[in-house]
Write a new protein. Structure first.
Length: 188
């Protein structure tokens, strides 16, 4: 890795983004941050953390390669409202020569409560062929340094979680002569 300002930041675990504010136009008719804009905030933080390993706009423009999102799983934990300030932490979970698996947490910047989490898989893509391609050696070396620092952190409990109904959910419908009975137990 080149001797530059990014080097020390690769050793911080987790990465912490700059503060970002919930903008008024992002609030929906429910009075809270619309789900689409959680993605915007997470994506802005990913731009910050990826730039530390050299995967920036400049990288895309000069080396004709970039990262594309392949999969994303967001858990919405608590509402954010207009003006709330958030910070996002990033933890590199795993990587190989073409992929990055990482976990993000969005927290209220002043009070610290968890608003949302996002587990992601990104692919390294050649922008000319539009095909998945290996990271160059210098970028892989930077990713390895970040992973070494992030390996000291425990794995988040929700990594690998799948979407599905809670196991204890039961919906029973009686026969035609009895009223319908519906029981739902949710997990917390």
């Amino acid at each position: 890795m080149k001797d530059d300002a990014r080097a020390p930041a690769l050793f911080f675990a987790p990465f912490v983004s700059s503060a970002m504010r919930v903008e008024p136009q992002w609030v929906d008719y429910n009075g809270h941050l619309n789900m689409a804009y959680y993605h915007v905030l997470f994506d802005r933080a990913v731009d910050e953390v990826f730039s530390l390993v050299g995967l920036s706009r400049d990288y895309a423009e000069t080396r004709n390669a970039s990262t594309f999102a392949a999969e994303c799983h967001i858990l919405y934990k608590r509402e954010l409202t207009e003006g709330d300030l958030v910070r996002i932490t990033a933890q590199l979970i795993a990587f190989d020569d073409k992929r990055l698996h990482y976990y993000l947490e969005m927290r209220h910047a002043h009070e610290g409560w968890l608003a949302a989490t996002s587990e992601n898989m990104s692919l390294h893509v050649d922008m000319i062929s539009r095909k998945v391609t290996p990271f160059p050696p210098d970028i892989l070396a930077n990713i390895a340094l970040m992973k070494a620092a992030h390996s000291m952190m425990p794995l988040p409990a929700t990594i690998g979680r799948i979407i599905g109904m809670p196991k204890k959910t039961a919906i029973r419908v009686g026969d035609e002569t009895e009223p319908r009975q519906v029981e739902i137990e949710t997990r917390h």
